[in-house]
Design a protein around this ligand. Structure first.
Ligand code: APR
Length: 253
């Protein structure tokens, strides 16, 4: 009987010396945060052109903050799930160099991951869109929207809106990691949003083995994925860790 996809993935990880993970919203679905493009996802509730673009934020920050408050509530209540802990355990065991995430929920760090590149920023702080003053997320008063800075400018979360560039240091670090990896574990992303969607292609073009963990097929699956685990991340990643004979550390942070 052939090896299961879980055993094949575990064997590939054991053979690799520079494995990296790239994650998207799908890894946090089992933490209670809906993704963006699946049925019932955030973009089915809010039009991304009206709520996700920096131009729409600048035209009507109060309106966009209604979505941001909704997102904030979900992020606030979420806890890491076994998929986050599994990646942190693989890193702790020296089998994963780090995680590049498109998520702004800080759940990788809370699960104990140490090398986390936040490609789309994070929600831990906010900054004034006018003077740039930065404050911790908790300092924001959300009674009147948009929350305003002392200078009168609207505050905005420190994550990337459509129409904005990727933070330079995050882009350079992510490119450095994928250009040198020999295995890329792509978890819970539709791989439709550039430039994050280019990262697997950069890895592939340098000979990396692509393992995709996603219950559904994506833009990557047919063309670039070498091994597709059509399973929820919260099931697949812990199974890989145990197939490696390792334990999952759930103490996190
Ligand atoms: N485990 C693994 N994958 C899952 C799970 C799960 N439990 N649940 C859903 N998925 C998959 C879906 O099948 C889908 O392919 O996760 C993917 C999520 O895709 P998107 O919603 O498009 O999210 P993502 O790829 O992270 O979006 C990229 O777009 O909206 C912007 O800035 C936002 O960072 C985001 C970027």
């Amino acid at each position: 009987m052939g090896q299961s996809v879980i055993e094949q993935a575990a064997a590939r990880l054991r053979q690799s010396s520079r494995a990296v993970a790239l994650t998207g919203a799908g890894i946090s679905v089992e933490s209670g945060i809906p993704d963006f493009r699946s049925p019932g996802g955030l973009w089915s509730k809010y039009d991304p052109l009206e709520y996700g673009d920096i131009r729409s934020f600048r035209m009507n920050p109060g309106k966009v903050w209604r979505m941001l408050v909704d997102m904030d509530r979900m992020l606030h209540d979420a806890r890491p799930n076994p998929a986050h802990y599994a990646l942190a355990s693989l890193e702790r065991e020296g089998l994963l160099k780090g995680v590049i995430t498109q998520n702004v929920d800080s759940l990788h760090q809370r699960a104990g991951s140490r090398t986390v590149v936040e490609f789309h920023g994070h929600g831990r702080t906010a900054r004034c869109d006018q003077c740039g003053r930065e404050v911790p997320r908790e300092a924001l008063k959300l009674q009147d929207l948009p929350p305003r800075c002392g200078c009168g400018g609207p505050m905005r979360p420190n994550f990337v809106f459509f129409g904005e560039g990727i933070p330079r240091s995050a882009y350079l670090q992510a490119a450095h990691m994928v250009e040198r990896c020999d295995l890329l574990l792509v978890v819970g992303t539709s791989a439709t949003v550039a430039p994050a969607s280019h990262l697997p292609l950069m890895a592939k073009s340098r000979g990396a083995f692509i393992i995709e963990v996603n219950p559904n097929e994506t833009e990557l699956t047919a063309a670039h994925t070498d091994l597709h685990l059509a399973l929820p991340a919260g099931q697949a990643l812990p199974a890989i860790v145990s197939a490696l004979g390792l334990a999952i550390h759930t103490e996190g942070k």
